[in-house]
Write a protein that binds this ligand. Structure first.
Ligand SMILES: NC(=O)c1ccc[n+]([C@@H]2O[C@H](COP(=O)([O-])OP(=O)(O)OC[C@H]3O[C@@H](n4cnc5c(N)ncnc54)[C@H](O)[C@@H]3O)[C@@H](O)[C@H]2O)c1
Length: 445
């Protein structure tokens, strides 16, 4: 099928490329000229494992093209996906201006009836709102509005798209439903469940899925804190509860709190949606609070542990200390720093007088652009050299694999605060490191 995709970001680019690779003819549209130019000249504007190779093969086969010309793209297809951003607005709601602008542009460009599929994550009611915009500006053409939320995870996006747990399609049009089934036939043949539902249910499935996962993260972080307070071990606890099939093992690793471009904005937007529907969600409200308290608490934990390790005044321990942050992206295998822990914790440390150098293999430049007064590098040794303390924020393999027996020599002081629990507590103690992690009792030799 010939398909246009509006928005060529993390979701649009992966969706377009994967659909091209299963045989569809895809026109990816983005109004960011530099993005389209880069893609046309063989560069990938984001870091996503495996993506460059499949973009290249889809382009070579002629199945994938990139353009800034939305009107031309709309005119040449009868089905259009919208995959533009829905960032958090200043009042905590979802900012739908990109969706509304795209809908208006589609309507004005339309030269006949079209199916318009909202892939972006949107609050309940948005698809119907998009339908009204299309009807208002669309010269009497018929628009079949459809919801098809995306569940891929950055860092594993291509694999997630190609092996989804399920595909959710919300529509009230049988004609649109048939087209969507045809688009996803490849997955249906592989027995991927395809859930057909209403527009509202489809929109809410995406928000509920993210809220539930965020709740798991917040829960295990609270349990890690409780382990710290009681001497229990969160790794054994995660295993002990995760092996219960009703709970499941996924998302039970403590960390610096959930970040990224989705969970923070989607959980907050869901609480507002629920309040406005007069059906408040106290659980999700608590999850949002718990996550922001967690990161603030960790800021104090880092300063306290450093003060104790260096044996300095706990009131102003960080002044003129050099702190190396390992990992700036919100998680491994991505260059995305939207709502990353680094964007909260680095400014906290800098405010307390620390000189912060951040290492990240892919996100160093992005972080430098948003975190004031941070120095960044893609060279691990440069970050570690002369550091008074090391703070681990992202679980990149390169960081996990650090040989501390070797790298300890580069440090001014062997202090490591690990907010991803990457290293063995016994081994770190054996190496003479002063090591703090989450919810795991410190080892003494
Ligand atoms: N990033 C994820 O992991 C993820 C996962 C699932 C769902 N989502 C949802 O998918 C949506 C897109 O997320 P993203 O991370 O890909 O966003 P993004 O910001 O990376 O990409 C959005 C793209 O849309 C383009 N754009 C905006 N308006 C346009 C217009 N009128 N015409 C042409 N191009 C336009 C922007 O230039 C940008 O390149 C969001 O709603 C998000 O919540 C994201």
């Amino acid at each position: 099928m010939k398909i246009a995709l509006i928005g060529t970001g993390y979701v649009g680019l992966v969706t377009g490329t994967c659909l091209a690779n299963i045989g569809h003819d895809i026109i990816c549209v983005d109004h960011a000229e530099e993005k389209v130019e880069a893609l046309n000249s063989g560069k990938i504007p984001i870091f996503e494992p495996g993506l460059a190779e499949i973009v290249q093969s889809a382009k070579s086969s002629g199945k994938l093209v990139f353009t800034t010309d939305l009107a031309e793209a709309v005119r040449s297809v009868d089905l259009i996906f919208i995959a533009v951003g829905t960032p958090q607005a200043s009042d905590g709601r979802s900012d739908l201006s990109q969706i509304e602008a795209a809908a208006k542009q589609i309507a004005k460009a339309a030269n006949g009836d079209k199916t318009v599929v909202v892939k972006s994550t949107v609050p309940v009611g948005t698809c119907r709102r998009v339908g009204r915009i299309l009807a208002k500006h669309g010269n009497d053409h018929d628009f079949q509005i459809t919801s098809n939320p995306e569940f891929l995870r950055e860092g594993n996006a291509v694999a997630d798209f190609m092996k989804p747990d399920r595909i959710v399609i919300g529509t009230q049009s049988s004609c649109a439903a048939d087209k969507m089934r045809a688009i996803y036939q490849y997955f249906d043949d592989k027995d991927v469940p395809v859930i057909m539902t209403s527009l509202e249910t489809s929109e809410l499935i995406k928000y509920s899925a993210n809220a539930f996962l965020a709740a798991k993260v917040a829960f295990i972080n609270e349990m890690a804190n409780l382990c710290d307070a009681t001497g229990a071990n969160v790794e054994d606890l995660s295993l002990g509860i995760g092996l219960d099939e009703r709970i499941g093992k996924a998302f039970l690793k403590p960390g610096p709190g959930y970040g990224g471009s989705c969970f923070p904005k989607d959980t907050l937007a869901l609480t507002i949606l629920a309040q406005e529907a007069d059906s408040p969600s106290r659980i999700i409200e608590s999850v949002v609070d718990s996550n922001s308290n967690h990161i603030r608490r960790l800021g104090r934990k880092i300063a306290d542990f450093c003060a104790e390790s260096w044996n300095v005044d706990p009131k102003l321990p960080l002044i003129d200390k050099r702190i190396a942050i390992l990992g700036l992206a919100f998680k491994a295998n991505t260059d995305d720093i939207r709502s990353a822990a680094s964007t909260v914790i680095a400014p906290l440390l800098i405010k307390q007088g620390a000189n912060v150098i951040g290492f990240d293999p892919e996100a160093a430049e992005a972080a430098r652009n948003v975190i004031d007064h941070i120095e960044t590098t893609t060279d691990l040794d440069e970050a570690l050299t002369g550091a008074d303390a090391v703070l681990v924020l992202t679980e990149w393999d390169e960081i996990r694999a650090i040989d501390w027996a070797e790298k300890k020599k580069l440090l001014a002081s062997p202090v490591v605060v690990d907010l991803r629990n990457l290293y063995d507590t016994k081994e770190m103690a054996r190496l003479g490191m002063q090591y703090s992690s989450l919810g795991r009792p410190a080892e003494t030799l």
